[in-house]
Write a protein of this length. Structure first.
Length: 138
């Protein structure tokens, strides 16, 4: 069995963003040489997320609005965590959107359902963060 590990580095210019990382993950699969196996993609920061959904801008807008209603950024004083910080909402948004995804690899390709793509969700951006790609298989 083969094993492959790579870190993707992202830095969004905005506090919140959704970035399609499917092509970068597929490139990692090609580099790994794995034809049949699994890929784990996981946000290596507690205010970021990795999730699977449709690459449709209306949906991304709806996520942003919905998440801001569930855990509004302001007023920052509403959160106990924000003593000296301002990112409590980002921790909560990450909890809702998830930490990681696992996708099957079949014939050297991501084995997606219709419309599925892998996204990095940023909730406390404007600084570099990592996403781990770990591939196992044959």
């Amino acid at each position: 069995m083969k094993s492959y590990r790579k870190e993707l580095w992202l830095e969004t210019p905005t506090r919140r963003a959704f970035v399609n990382i499917s092509s970068e993950v597929q490139k990692c699969i090609g580099e790994s040489g794995v034809m049949e196996g699994l890929v784990l993609v996981n946000a290596m920061h507690i205010t970021a997320s990795v999730f699977i959904n449709d690459d449709e801008q209306g949906l991304h807008h709806d996520y942003d609005v919905w998440l801001e209603k569930l855990a509004p950024h302001e007023p920052v004083s509403q959160y106990r965590h924000n003593v000296g910080e301002d990112n409590a909402d980002a921790h909560m948004k990450r909890q809702i959107m998830g930490r990681e995804v696992v996708v099957a690899i079949t014939k050297g390709k991501l084995d997606f359902g219709p419309w599925e793509q892998i996204f990095y969700g940023e909730f406390d951006g404007r600084r570099r963060k990592r996403v781990l790609v770990k591939i196992i298989g044959e």
